[in-house]
Design a protein around this ligand. Structure first.
Ligand code: GLU
Length: 551
């Protein structure tokens, strides 16, 4: 067989040589040890948590080492592509503030290693396929869907491995006449790689996450170019990551199964493969069965990245939570360094989970409470304003009516060693603080069980004559104690616990009565501060309103 002839017959339009293409992608000039990573999402219109999880690994590896993190759009599968899919990808990453240094942008390519959309690289892939063909390492295969199905049925019957290999690789060594005949007929064909692999052989692989392992050599003649002249993932991965200078490929563990194909292709091309980091699946505990399972697009809304924005999760919380899933020592580091930016943490693939990382919304909320508690009142104000403007316009109007007033509420319990942790989501702001807006004040005056309405009114009457805008936390508490004493309530918890029958209740009940009157509920931030923000007039009004309701 004259392979040169075959290559020219199939790729007459390819006139460049591999060398010419390689010359367009010079080695990157980067400091020693700098890593080059990339995200290669497909524009399916759906971005999921796994994409972000992987992207964070890519981003940290690159930027921690002074390297490059780029975006490549893997749009080789036209069937899965949706209109606007690229925009969805770019928006998702930019909303999480993961900065790409180069790659596809909405305004076109940025960087010297493009084009960064695989659909624009057909000529490049075909140049390398043509070259493989000339070397006898690739050939056209005209097998129809039907023939492939028959092959599979036969393999099933014989209990043999599935696939296109050995005697089943019927187009592997076909004479030129047969090929010519099909070409004349216009039969569609794919191009396959000629595998010299043997499944008896094992290859050593040292994965950055999974560690050392042995994988079975590939003996299949895999498709490298589809009938539309567009490469498969396998071939595009090898060509692009080589040309674009990727040093670490971070991708889902579902790709481990075809890693032998990729290693084989790198070898055939005479290129050094990148390092690989295969990330474990994100898992969750199923709410119904209580067992661990993969996150599913159909069942779990939290798999979609859009979920977090809609619900009002701070992007930083999602990133920090993913970091706690990524590196087992992150939480400890965060506790020791509450003020430092997350990116100061020394991220390492060695600390990554080899099996599945367990994702849980409750844990995310905990992390988020911590993240928000470390922000300033102004930052929190701006974020809630931005979120509610889009998602809750009525609340937005109230919230932004008097920014100083709103920020004073948000400042309660902020700063200091033990900041309050009331908010996990921006949408929590409304239930947390709506009692501070008269329009939204819908009190529930149910008093603690053992405090009669009569007692409550009497406590409130006394308090009304006593409280002052000048109160400090200490003087305020002294007043609570005094009222307790005057009403036969214990002023000390200890005394109350020792002889509960001697008292009508304790000072905590007195505070609770005041809190219910002012906030209209049992849970509310520090009353003394709340009252200062509400102002004297409104405090009197609220006390009166409560007394009237209890009468
Ligand atoms: N396009 C592939 C995917 O969406 C990318 C895998 C990779 O990063 O290599 O799964």
């Amino acid at each position: 067989m004259d392979y040169n002839l075959l290559a020219e017959r199939l790729f007459p339009h390819i006139t460049k040589t591999p060398e010419e293409i390689l010359a367009q992608y010079p080695k990157r000039q980067l400091p020693e040890g700098a890593k080059v990573t990339r995200m290669g999402p497909s524009p399916t219109g759906f971005m999921h948590l796994g994409n972000l999880y992987g992207a964070l690994v890519d981003e940290r590896l690159a930027h921690q080492s002074g390297g490059v993190f780029y975006l490549r759009i893997e749009d080789t599968d036209k069937k899965r592509e949706v209109e606007g899919g690229v925009q969805v990808i770019i928006d998702a990453f930019s909303s999480f503030g993961l900065p790409f240094d180069e790659g596809a942008t909405l305004e076109g390519d940025k960087g010297d290693y493009g084009p960064y959309r695989q659909s624009q690289r057909a000529e490049i892939y075909q140049t390398f396929v043509k070259d493989l063909m000339k070397k006898g390492l690739a050939y056209p295969c005209f097998a129809t869907e039907e023939e492939l199905a028959q092959m599979r049925a036969k393999q099933e019957e014989r209990k043999e491995n599935y696939g296109y290999y050995g005697e089943y690789a019927v187009w592997r060594d076909r004479p030129m006449e047969d090929i010519e005949k099909e070409l004349q007929k216009g039969t569609p064909y794919v191009v396959r790689f000629r595998s010299e692999g043997n499944i008896e052989h094992k290859i050593k692989h040292d994965d950055l996450i999974k560690g050392k392992m042995e994988v079975t050599e590939n003996d299949q003649d895999v498709v490298i170019l589809k009938s539309d002249g567009i490469p498969t993932y396998h071939f595009a991965h090898v060509v692009d990551d080589h040309l674009m200078g990727t040093t670490v490929v971070v991708r889902g563990e579902e790709w481990l199964a075809t890693l032998p194909v990729h290693l084989q292709l790198f070898r055939a091309m005479g290129w050094k493969p990148p390092k690989y980091a295969h990330t474990a699946q994100l898992m969750k505990i199923d709410e119904v069965t209580g067992t661990k399972r993969k996150l599913s697009k159909r069942k779990d809304p939290e798999l979609a990245l859009t979920f977090y924005k809609q619900q009002g999760y701070p992007t930083q919380s999602v990133l920090e939570y993913l970091m706690t899933l990524l590196n087992s020592n992150y939480e400890e580091w965060r506790r020791a360094n509450p003020e430092k930016p997350m990116n100061d943490f020394p991220f390492s693939t060695k600390k990554m989970s080899v099996s599945g990382a367990l994702f849980g919304i409750d844990k995310l909320k905990d992390v988020s409470k911590n993240v928000i508690s470390r922000m300033t009142a102004k930052e929190v104000y701006d974020e809630i304003a931005a979120w509610s403007r889009e998602n809750d316009p009525d609340f937005y109007t109230l919230f932004t009516r008097d920014p100083d007033y709103t920020q004073a509420i948000l400042a309660i319990g902020r700063g200091g060693k033990k900041p309050r942790k009331d908010l996990a989501l921006w949408s929590d702001a409304k239930p947390y603080m709506d009692f501070m807006f008269d329009e939204r004040f819908t009190p529930d005056y149910t008093m603690p069980e053992h405090v009669s309405n009569e007692d409550a009114r009497s406590i409130l009457t006394e308090f009304d004559g006593m409280f002052s805008m000048e109160d400090t936390p200490e003087s305020f508490f002294e007043k609570m104690k005094q009222i307790a004493q005057n009403h036969g309530y214990a002023t000390e918890m200890k005394a109350y616990k020792q002889n509960p029958e001697q008292y009508r209740g304790n000072v905590g009940d007195v505070s609770m009565v005041v809190r219910i009157a002012i906030a209209g509920r049992q849970n509310a931030p520090d009353m003394q501060l709340v009252m200062q923000i509400l102002g004297e007039q409104r405090v009197h009004e609220r006390i009166q309103q409560c007394k009237d309701a209890l009468a």
